[in-house]
Write a protein that binds this ligand. Structure first.
Ligand code: C2E
Ligand code: MG
Ligand code: MG
Length: 487
């Protein structure tokens, strides 16, 4: 087989020599020999080179499989065929797991050998009319055309072939002394008859692969509903990037009150997004997206500014009577350099006391980044900023980290409150959590009390509890909150 560099030299020679030959005939032999010399262009040679050129541009030079361009050409033929009018086809998008690690740790020649072996296993086992291609890197696409005119049968076939492809990775890849155990993630697209948009088919393959990588089973089928949702989320993520500067966020406040006397004690600041077309969105619809897009940090600093401004204004008006306003901070953000220092600087800039703002950290995010959290909480605590564990009981509630971290407040998640009326065991569970909380001397806030009965049951457990819930008030827009509870 001709290599890339060989064909380059051939081409160079061809294209530089051919004009020289022409010039030679024209000027040297030129005029006086006109009519005598017949220049015979070597058409067969040109044709050969043309063919090589076509091969090189359509094939992956390492494995000899079709490359991205070759695949595209093949797919054009594939959709143009009359069978595509009535029959379903299958596309498998394979991506090796941890391939980068092999390249990085064992070198590119080992990486290349793995790719070559994978391609060989595919070539040796896939049938004649199956299209195999390597898109570059560790990505392969396998197309089985026109498997059935019935969707259910096509799906069964897809399942069968996917399972088979997985077995190709059962045996280790032997490269020199190395025995490498490889696994693969696979996105699967059932290509519908008459589906004529190649870019769209490849995009579906991409999406299913993306899900396969995320899922535990290594395989994922393309799903229209997921796709629509993905598109919508993508749009939302895009909008989110501009929401701060377009001033689309607003802070809401929900009172936290004494369970015995209904006295206003504190309040939690909760963000809301006024989306231009979707209307009012609660944080569950966009905080996870913000995390994924790396936008949460901006949002948190915006929230802190807003909350500080509100407190300053309430103090100025002489209506500030809360022990604190709490804000929600995702523990992942604590890896930010100097988080605690920047936080304290901000409070100072607004002339606030460090006890005015309490930082709520969900138990779940805490566990994901425990070490950095520990340092930040200690630093904040040493300056007088109090911290709470939020949604307690929904993560891996562990006494060991309660001991290590100096929290001020424990917020018991509303999951525990939901069913206490109908299920006495739930009430017992809350009672046990309260015991733990008291042992650590925590201030305890119960979340999500929605009716009087729940409240009375919990009051029976401990009169010193604070609570937050629709029974007393939903979160309210800052102005309404001020009007209703502070003025
Ligand atoms: P969270 O910190 O646990 O906040 C309490 C959530 O429970 C709020 O939901 C509140 O509206 C809701 N809630 C309060 N009482 C009741 C009740 O009686 N029944 C029911 N069903 N729900 C009640 P929201 O405002 O939708 O916020 C959801 C979560 O989003 C918050 O849970 C918090 O983790 C996160 N979040 C809110 N604002 C921010 C923010 O500014 N930054 C970050 N990072 N996260 C935020
Ligand atoms: Mg909270
Ligand atoms: Mg909570």
């Amino acid at each position: 087989m001709i290599t890339k560099s060989d064909s380059f030299v051939l081409l160079l020679l061809y294209y530089t020599l051919l004009p020289l030959v022409w010039l030679f005939f024209y000027f040297v032999i030129g005029d006086n020999s006109r009519g005598n010399i017949v220049l015979i262009e070597d058409k067969s040679h040109e044709h050969e080179i043309q063919k090589e050129l076509e091969y090189v541009s359509a094939h992956d030079l390492l494995t000899g499989l079709l490359n991205r361009r070759g695949l595209h050409n093949r797919m054009e033929d594939f959709i143009a065929h009359e069978n595509h009018q009535t029959r379903y086809s299958l596309l498998f998008f394979l991506d090796l797991n941890q391939f980068k690690g092999i390249n990085d740790s064992l070198g590119h020649s080992v990486g290349d050998a793995v790719l070559l072996n994978v391609s060989k296993r595919l070539q040796d086992t896939m049938g004649e009319n199956v299209t195999l291609s390597r898109l570059g890197g560790d990505e392969f696409i396998v197309i089985m055309p026109y498997v059935s005119d019935e969707e259910t049968f096509a799906k069964e076939e897809a399942h069968k072939h996917a399972s088979f492809i997985l077995t190709l990775f059962d045996e280790p890849f032997v490269i020199g002394e190395l025995h490498l155990h490889m696994s693969v993630s696979m996105g699967i697209v059932i290509v519908e008859p008459k589906q004529n948009n190649i870019e769209e088919i490849i995009r579906h393959a991409d999406i299913s692969m993306y899900h396969a990588k995320k899922s535990t089973g290594n395989i994922s089928y393309y799903d229209k509903v997921l796709d629509e949702r993905q598109k919508e989320l993508f749009g939302l993520q895009h909008d989110l990037a501009y929401a701060v500067e377009k001033k689309q966020f607003e802070m809401f406040f929900q009172p936290i009150i004494g369970i015995k006397d209904n006295a206003l004690y504190a309040s939690e600041a909760l963000i809301r997004w006024y989306h231009p077309t979707k209307g009012l969105l609660t944080p569950d619809a966009f905080i996870p997206l913000a995390i994924k897009a790396g936008l949460l940090s901006n949002i948190t600093w915006w929230v802190l500014d807003e909350v500080c401004q509100h407190i300053v204004s309430w103090k100025k008006l002489g209506i500030w009577k809360l022990d604190y306003v709490s804000i929600n901070v995702n523990a992942q953000q604590f890896v930010e350099k100097n988080f605690a220092k920047e936080f304290l600087k901000k409070l100072q800039a607004y002339g606030l006391e460090t006890k005015d703002i309490l930082v709520e950290i969900t138990e779940r995010s805490l566990i994901e980044s425990f070490d950095s959290t520990q340092d930040v909480i200690n630093e904040l605590r040493s300056e007088g900023v109090r911290c709470a564990i939020d949604d307690f009981g929904t993560g891996y509630s562990s006494l060991s980290y309660l001991k290590k971290l100096s929290f001020h407040t424990l917020k018991i998640d509303r999951e525990f409150v939901k069913d206490i009326e109908s299920n006495p065991e739930e009430l017992l569970l809350v009672s046990t959590i309260l015991d733990i909380g008291r042992q650590f001397n925590y201030n305890i806030v119960i979340e999500g009390i929605e009716d009087k009965k729940q409240k009375d049951l919990l009051l029976g457990l401990d009169e010193g509890l604070k609570y937050q819930g629709y029974h007393f008030s939903k979160p309210l827009h800052a102005e309404v909150f001020q009007e209703k509870f502070l003025s």
